[in-house]
Design a protein around this ligand. Sequence first.
Ligand SMILES: Cc1cc2nc3c(=O)[nH]c(=O)nc-3n(C[C@H](O)[C@H](O)[C@H](O)COP(=O)(O)OP(=O)(O)OC[C@H]3O[C@@H](n4cnc5c(N)ncnc54)[C@H](O)[C@@H]3O)c2cc1C
Length: 387
Amino acid sequence: MTNPDVLVIGAGITGAAAALELAQSGASVEIVDTYGPAAMASGWTLAGVRQSGRHPAEMPLAQAAVAGWPTLAERLGGETHYRQEGNLRLACTEAEIAHIKGLVDSHRAQGLDLDFLPTLEDVRTITPALSDRVMAASFCPTDGHADPNATVASFIAAGARHGVRLSTGEAVERFETQGGKIVAALTATRRITPGAVVLAGGVQVNRLLEPLGAAIPFRITIVTVIRSTPTAPILKPVLGTAGAVFAARQEWNGRLRFTSGSEPFVGTLTERDGRPFAAPNIRRLRDTIDRVGAVLPPVLDCEIEAVWGGLLDLTPDALPVIDRAPGLDNLVVAAGFSGHGFCIGPVTGPLAADLALGRPPRLSLEAFRFARFNALDGPAAPLTLHG
Ligand SMILES: Cc1cc2nc3c(=O)[nH]c(=O)nc-3n(C[C@H](O)[C@H](O)[C@H](O)COP(=O)(O)OP(=O)(O)OC[C@H]3O[C@@H](n4cnc5c(N)ncnc54)[C@H](O)[C@@H]3O)c2cc1C
């Protein structure tokens, strides 16, 4: 298939969800990925599925996504291991309590069901294992979490049943353009001539966008991720903190997965066992264990199964780009998710598909346009939550 109706670059959650939507709409679709499904952010992720803590512009996407997650596995005919067990955002200082209260007020004004739990006793009704460092929390009962690898695999399998072809181990190296359109995408061995392209390449999109003068102005940061071996149930909701210094959840299989805050990525993306790998350093690892252990002491007795670095693509306003590339009618870009694109992937993929098919998008994309960067001037957005 060298001339699919739509070429999707990237087999993360965004590309996999876009491909399924495109194929279900009758398009012939090929996905190309340098590695394979969920090889980058969609595998590195914490995989929280949350509306709480969202920017107002992203809230409609998060609410639409959360409405769809409970039945997603059934729709895909595969596993997601989705659990709607809430999101608990902890406050351990007076300043953090004030921050959380502000978050609760602003979200309630937007119609989100978010509770403020004013005492440790209240917070322990949700998670008894928390230490007495915790003073208060917000709790969003409709938030949750899912298994990212299983979810992406289910999207890919559902796409395959609708005729999506997946080509792995092959990178798109550049585009050929003519008359305001992409006419070909070149890999080391092929010249693919699609009708349209959905570029869902995560932190690597600018390699293809820069030569077109359409780079997204994001900075890349790294988050340390630690996964334990399976352990007794201690945590149902996703845990976050007012200051975004860590997040944690317990997977359906008992493994704990916890993440640090993020900091500038100064290392190199290498490969390990044929997969992209960003090494976390020992200081970040120690800090993360200390911070999580201070509020959830049982984690200190768990065995570590794996440690990795996850890269984030932080745009200046911490919102993604879901738009046609400037001056290129048939190139749709969906990237710059700024550490919170997993939850909304089942919605952002179809939104990118809408644009690629020339349909009106099902939700407003005004806040996610390239053009907004021309007007943005000032300091970068503060670090947002990735949990
Ligand atoms: C540590 C961490 C924690 C996170 N926590 C959460 C969370 O709790 N909740 C949440 O909603 N989000 C979270 N996120 C963010 C979320 O995981 C990402 O926003 C989301 O997975 C992005 O998916 P994607 O499909 O757009 O990109 P990716 O999953 O990064 O996929 C991009 C794919 O494109 C491929 N590719 C790139 N360039 C090319 C090319 N030229 N040719 C071929 N293939 C190419 C790559 O190999 C890759 O497989 C977190 C992210 C990290 C790193």
